[in-house]
Design a protein around this ligand. Structure first.
Ligand SMILES: [Zn+2]
Length: 146
């Protein structure tokens, strides 16, 4: 299970709609509680550096700015938190990992939060995690608690 606050989810949705028809992206910082649940403490947006490099193919892929990741890792180190996942949007595609996403899933411990946007309006957000054995993804329950 992964837990966000409603305002964190609203933040991601606003970014997803603003980035349309391109993908927005960012990182999720937080911690795991005693039951293995993931609690998100921070949603940190990133420029989609893939779009900056080649806009013509940027509609179906994303790349988090390495500097954003570096800065976040440094900021949370003393807070006993870690990067627990990342998020990106799927303009006019379902909220599940694409073939391209699976090709780029190098960090199986991270949660993938994917927001589907149709005509600049968010329709769904779902969370996923890579299953190391099957190399497939499994859905992770997403809940919001203020
Ligand atoms: Zn994707």
């Amino acid at each position: 299970m992964i837990r966000l606050s409603p305002s964190q989810l609203d933040d991601i949705h606003a970014q997803a709609e603003a980035a349309y028809p391109y993908e927005c992206c960012g990182l999720l910082a937080g911690y795991r509680d005693g039951d293995g649940n993931i609690i998100v403490t921070q949603v940190v947006s990133s420029p989609n550096t893939w779009v900056d490099r080649q806009a013509e193919t940027g509609k179906d892929r994303f790349e988090v700015d390495p500097q954003v990741r570096f800065d976040l890792m440094r900021a949370i180190k003393s807070a006993n938190e870690e990067i627990v996942g990342h998020y990106h949007s799927h303009p006019d595609h379902p909220a599940k990992p694409s073939e391209t996403d699976l090709d780029m899933a190098f960090e199986p411990e991270l949660i993938w939060l994917i927001t589907s946007v149709e005509n600049r309006t968010v329709t769904a957000t779902r969370a996923w995690q890579l299953n190391r054995e099957t190399q497939d993804t499994v859905e992770v329950r997403l809940i919001t608690v203020p």
